[in-house]
Design a protein around this ligand. Structure first.
Ligand SMILES: CC(C)[C@H](C(=O)O)[C@@H](O)C(=O)O
Ligand code: SF4
Length: 416
């Protein structure tokens, strides 16, 4: 069996599982975000009165934090009241940030466990060897009521990234390249394991970016086998024991592909799909109205640090805005301590408080018709970050920061 299958079997109270089998699993952590008030409505509609285990439920006010409309404020009020009524202590209010980063900061995604959130990028937690997946309101309501959820055991594919990334090229470039090659539907309902020698070079921050973007190839979940880098990160955060599963040597993947990343150039996903990926050289000189650094994909302290390095002692281009949204409070504090915030504010960047902000076009930093934005986020569909007639390029933090500096798309490796 694969490590993921062993994990699922354990949570289903079975000794083994097979691909395609329907199983009912205990959920270790269930999260709800502020776009999903329907979860609470469904819970009551189903006859729910008391949440099965409030200690395993976490509420995130992140997609529009702090509220900028009366509807948002009213929704968030209802979430808070639900938590207080139900004894849910893990209420991550508007000061905390994007759900996936908050979970990581607090060490709440454990290897060998199942994390389910009303958010498609819950695949991010594969970076810790957890089975993380996104669901809709009614599925989450079932977890609130019973502590369990059914799954179809997914096919498992392996994507190997071999070699060493060039200076100025990042995990984001590697995953964009993979999505561009394999297609946005390559992994629909499948679990994706990432492997290969590139991983040895990747911090937890970059591993999270990789797993996060697996959603953009349709993945149900993702997985990186926990190693010394994972352990070092978790040691400082987790508070209880967990189990790490290992894949049997004779396990057969549904598919296995390998990429050599040693010659990889910076990549961009051009408007308007995530698999529309080219070398940055294709777009050199294209004017940028807004550079955006943020989200659960590319808004971590390391990403902000790359931008600070590129903009140190320099200024954002005069006809370009540079919006920076730390993914969480922890990220913002680290960026402040390391001096990144001061450097970037002096360079002319605009900081927004931690949260999803303009990543999904509902909050601060939205873009106008006819504008072009380059961003570290994960989706570039029409309207994703504002007007449907705005254009969005997805790239690495270095590609975004270098474009902010020059006011146009440039090769970031020349600015490192
Ligand atoms: C809020 C949620 C529905 C959505 C998701 O599931 O991914 C959002 O976070 C996004 O990135 O589009
Ligand atoms: S930061 Fe963006 S991708 Fe991540 S959860 Fe928020 S809206 Fe979704």
């Amino acid at each position: 069996m694969h490590a993921i299958e062993k994990l699922l079997a354990k949570k289903a109270g079975k000794t083994s599982v097979k691909t395609g089998e329907i199983i009912n699993c205990e959920i270790d952590m269930a999260g709800i975000n502020d776009l999903y008030l329907q979860t609470i409505r469904s819970f009551f509609e189903m006859g729910g009165t008391k949440v099965y285990d409030p200690s395993k439920v976490i509420m995130f006010l992140d997609h529009y934090a702090p509220a900028s409309t009366i509807t948002q404020a009213t929704n968030q009020k209802q979430f808070r009241e639900f938590c207080w009524d139900q004894g849910i202590d893990l209420l991550m209010d508007i000061d905390q940030g994007v759900c996936h980063q908050v979970l990581a900061d607090k060490g709440l995604a454990y290897p060998g466990e199942i994390v389910v959130i009303t958010d498609s990028h819950t695949t991010t937690h594969g970076a810790f060897g957890a089975f993380g997946t996104g669901v809709g309101a009614t599925d989450l309501a079932i977890i609130l009521a019973t502590g369990k959820l059914w799954f179809r055991v997914p096919e498992i594919i392996k994507i190997n990234f071999e070699g060493k990334l060039h200076k100025g090229v990042y995990a984001k470039d590697a995953i964009l390249h993979a999505i561009g090659t394999l297609g946005a539907d390559y992994a629909v309902y499948k679990a994706v394991e990432f492997g290969g020698s590139m991983l040895e070079q990747l911090s937890i921050s970059e591993r999270m970016a990789l797993c996060n973007m697996s959603t953009e190839m349709g993945a149900k979940a993702s997985y990186i086998q926990p190693d010394a880098i994972t352990m070092a990160f978790l040691e400082e955060r987790v508070t209880r024991a967990y189990e790490i599963y290992h894949t049997d040597a004779d396990f057969h993947y549904a598919d296995e592909v390998s990429f050599d990343v040693s010659a990889l150039k910076p990549q961009l996903a051009a408007p308007s799909s995530v698999d529309n990926v080219y070398d940055v050289s294709q777009f050199i000189g294209r004017h940028i109205d807004q550079a955006y650094l943020g989200s659960c994909t590319g808004g971590r302290a390391e990403d902000i640090g790359i931008a600070a390095h590129i903009l140190h002692g320099k200024k954002v281009a005069s006809r370009t805005r540079f919006v920076i949204v730390p993914a969480s409070k922890g990220v913002l504090l680290e960026a402040m301590e390391k001096g990144y915030v001061k450097t970037l504010i002096e360079a002319g960047a605009t900081f927004v408080t931690p949260g999803c902000a303009a990543c999904l076009g509902t909050h601060e930093g939205m873009i106008a018709s006819g504008e072009t934005c380059i961003t570290t986020t994960n989706r570039n569909f029409p309207g994703r970050m504002g007007d449907t007639k705005a254009e969005i390029f997805l790239g690495s933090p270095a590609a975004v920061a270098a474009a902010a500096l020059m006011g146009e798309i440039v090769d970031p490796t020349l600015y490192m």
